[in-house]
Design a protein around this ligand. Structure first.
Ligand SMILES: [Zn+2]
Length: 232
């Protein structure tokens, strides 16, 4: 399988060439100018790797997680090529609306990786999907802004558990009391503060403190945190 770039009707398109050998329709991704060819290649290779590892094929109408967002494979009656679309608003709980391309999904992953790099964290962790869960303390109510949020990422073996715990930042609140804890989907947590999603690929052992005007990142194993100077 290789990736080919073409310019049909003035668009820029990246396409797979060679999936027919595994009886899979070729897959195409239309790219706005803001998306580098490297990122498009990475996405199509991710899909090809999945096909080869699983032995499955993808049909029209199917969806696939890609980092935080979800991709869909569309097909027109006149062309067997599967064309990628993505969630129109990946930060919203509305999952009915898709738009062509994958620019939003690709940009979120790039922004998450930028947070990892500029905070001197050695390596990104798993980039969680919006439907994965986190555990939150009862004082953190989705949809209600709070003054301080403390995020800790733990090792998890459970499928669809992001490993993130989100506490209220009050040292007197007992976070070991199970009746004070809830499990929620990450997309609901993202509603608390639009900055949150960009920090969710930090690896296990990381602590992130969201204050009103600054974000403090404690790298895994670090005793001291550092204020994240970047903007995303
Ligand atoms: Zn709490």
């Amino acid at each position: 399988m290789r990736i080919q770039f073409s310019y049909p009707d003035g668009r820029r398109r990246a396409s797979t060439v060679g999936l027919a050998s595994i009886e899979q329709s070729e897959i195409a991704l239309d790219l706005p100018a803001s998306i580098a060819e490297e990122a498009a290649t990475h996405l199509l290779q991710f899909i090809a790797d999945y096909l080869l590892a699983s032995g499955r094929t993808i049909s029209a109408g199917e969806t696939m997680r890609y980092g935080w967002s979800t991709l869909r494979f569309d097909q027109s009656p006149s062309d067997p090529t599967l064309v990628i679309s993505e969630l129109a608003d990946p930060f919203s709980t509305n999952i009915d609306h898709y738009v062509p391309g994958a620019a939003r999904a690709i940009t979120i992953i790039a922004d998450q990786d930028a947070v990892v790099q500029r905070n001197a964290v050695v390596m990104a962790g798993h980039h969680p999907h919006r439907s994965e869960t986190a555990v939150v303390c009862a004082r953190v109510v989705p949809g209600v802004p709070v003054r301080v949020l403390v995020f800790d990422r733990f090792v998890t073996q459970e499928l669809d558990d992001s490993g993130w715990f989100i506490g209220c930042g009050d040292a007197t609140h007992n976070h070991n009391d199970a009746s004070e804890l809830f499990r929620v989907h990450l997309v609901r947590i993202a509603e608390l503060d639009p900055r949150i999603v960009y920090y969710l690929a930090l690896p296990e052992g990381t602590r992130v403190v969201f204050e009103r005007r600054r974000v403090i990142v404690f790298a895994p194993g670090a005793q001291a945190g550092r204020v994240d100077e970047g903007t995303v």
